[in-house]
Design a protein around this ligand. Structure first.
Ligand code: AMP
Ligand code: MG
Length: 492
């Protein structure tokens, strides 16, 4: 143990090996979390803690709460706030961890490396005018949505715990403060590269690129042009991720370049939500007045963000800028086709289609167009489509659907797989339970009043989204009245 780490009576199972702190010093600030008044553990993710090889019983104690609140730094941690920049709603800004601290990289008994980050842990060099803190509601929302994403099988950062700080934060009103412990494959963002590029030091940029390849894409080291391969790999992961978001009706809400993780995990669940009635124009974020990050815009925004990423790589791609631009452009232009392949593959599974036929994409689009016309609930309609016979809903009884249904049946008959196999495939790709907005809000509201039971029940229901569990049936229900006015806030 190094002489500088503050001693903790027990390690809580953390096994830190901090590589990010070996990057050039301007990539981060060494800083400890600012202690809070009265840490109280509100939620602890036992399954995740166990999977990480942590000492779950020790974490679930006053001492654990002290560590998860940042009041105690565990042995082996080397806390830092990371520097990054980003395009926010299209505008370049210098950012950085203004309210988060990376405790370090925990290596699991299986050898996997995860960032352990406290979000809401106090001011840093990057806080600008912010207080460095987070309110309880948004931290619980991130916990709920990230864990739901994980259960849905979509790459995402995870949530280990939420601790109440015993302090208030001041937003429009006075709110209880909290700290989220986020677990991520890393926090390297498009914005991290934008930061490095903005510093104008090609060697530091190369160091970051090499670090990223070593950490997330080691297979690219042997390729002819690893930087170009990095761009293509990041592109493929983003295309796949956004396709998966669309498949489950998810709207990230703030796809700024600082909120796009290079390893392809969903990250920074601010004003995000799952839509109820299908409409690609759906926006939930209170700050997204122009609809930039609407549901249906997410693929093109991903490509826009990847273009910002590609720009940072130009000095590393080729000594000739023209050549570098040509190489990057050729990769970026593949995005629509790469995205479409992921999207169609997922839609095939949602419709029980094996193999691929030319008309599959059109078939899926035709169903979505009908759902949009009818204002059909996205998740519920697709889950109901897995049933035999179909339930007598107004949507399924409609004339438009009957025409579509005949087309679908004809396609199903083209494949060798029996119908029960098709239905099994569909059930594995059309969730029954998603974190619906009205359920998330009722859980946050109760938790704000000190009652965590509603949250606990919701989290339980979200664990097995692809199963029909009678006790969780209520969580599969759309809201009694569609709420198109639903808005979520950035949580800052
Ligand atoms: P986010 O909306 O969480 O993606 O944050 C965008 C940027 O604002 C990041 O640089 C954050 O660190 C910073 N930020 C957000 N909230 C706060 C806060 N309360 N105090 C300081 N910085 C903040
Ligand atoms: Mg962010």
């Amino acid at each position: 143990m190094s002489a500088t780490t503050s001693p903790t009576p027990a390690g809580l199972g953390f096994n830190f090996d901090n590589t990010y702190a070996s990057l050039p010093g301007h990539f981060f600030e060494r800083i400890h979390p600012v202690p809070v008044a009265a840490p109280r553990l509100l939620v602890l993710n036992h399954a995740l803690s166990d999977a990480l090889g942590l000492d779950t019983a020790a974490l679930d104690s006053a001492e654990g709460a002290a560590v998860l609140a940042g009041n105690r730094v565990p042995a082996g941690a080397q806390p830092i706030a990371q520097a990054y920049a980003g395009h926010q709603f299209g505008h370049f800004t210098m950012l950085g961890d203004g309210r988060a601290i990376l405790l370090g990289e925990h290596v699991t008994p299986g050898g996997e490396r995860f960032d352990i980050q406290l979000k809401g842990s106090g001011r840093t060099r990057f806080s600008r005018r912010g207080d460095g803190r987070a309110a309880l509601g948004p931290m619980l929302r991130e916990y709920i949505v990230s864990e739901a994403m994980h259960a849905l099988g979509i790459p995402t950062t995870r949530s280990l715990a939420v601790v109440a700080t015993g302090e208030h934060v001041f937003r429009e009103t006075r709110l209880p403060g909290a700290i989220l412990t986020r677990v991520a494959a890393s926090h390297i963002r498009v914005g991290t590269f934008e930061y490095a590029a903005s510093q104008g030091n090609r060697e530091d940029l190369r160091t970051l690129a090499q670090y990223t390849i070593d950490r997330h894409f080691p297979e690219l080291r042997e390729t002819e042009n690893p930087i170009l391969a990095l761009l293509a790999s990041v592109l493929a992961r983003q295309a796949s991720l956004v396709a998966r978001w669309l498949h489950v009706g998810f709207i990230h809400g703030v796809m700024n370049t600082d909120n796009m993780s290079l390893c392809g995990e969903s990250i920074d669940f601010g004003p995000c939500a799952f839509m109820d009635a299908y409409d690609p124009a759906t926006v939930f974020s209170s700050i997204d007045t122009g609809g930039r990050y609407a549901y249906g815009n997410q693929p093109s925004i991903a490509q826009w963000n990847l273009t910002r990423f590609a720009e940072t790589l130009l000095p590393l791609l080729h000594d000739s800028e023209d050549q570098a631009v040509e190489m990057a452009t050729a990769v970026l232009e593949t995005f629509p086709a790469v995205f479409r392949d992921f999207w169609v593959a997922g839609m095939r599974a949602k419709l029980g289609l094996f193999g691929d036929e030319d008309g599959d994409a059109d078939l899926a689009q035709a169903l979505l167009a009908l759902m949009r016309e009818e204002g059909a609930d996205y998740t519920r309609t697709l889950r109901d489509l897995c049933r035999d016979p179909l339930p007598d809903t107004p949507f399924f009884l409609g004339e438009g659907f009957k025409v579509w249904h005949d087309r679908w049946q004809a396609r199903l008959k083209l494949q060798r797989e029996p119908l029960h196999e098709a239905r099994r495939l569909m059930r594995a790709h059309n969730p029954a339970v998603i974190p619906r907005n009205h359920r998330v809000e009722e859980a946050l509201e109760a938790a704000g009043k000190g009652d965590a039971s509603v949250l606990t029940r919701l989290l339980r229901a979200l664990e097995k989204p692809y199963e029909d569990i009678p006790a969780h049936a209520a969580y599969a229900e759309p809201p009694a009245r569609p709420n198109t006015e639903y808005r979520t806030f950035c949580g800052t």
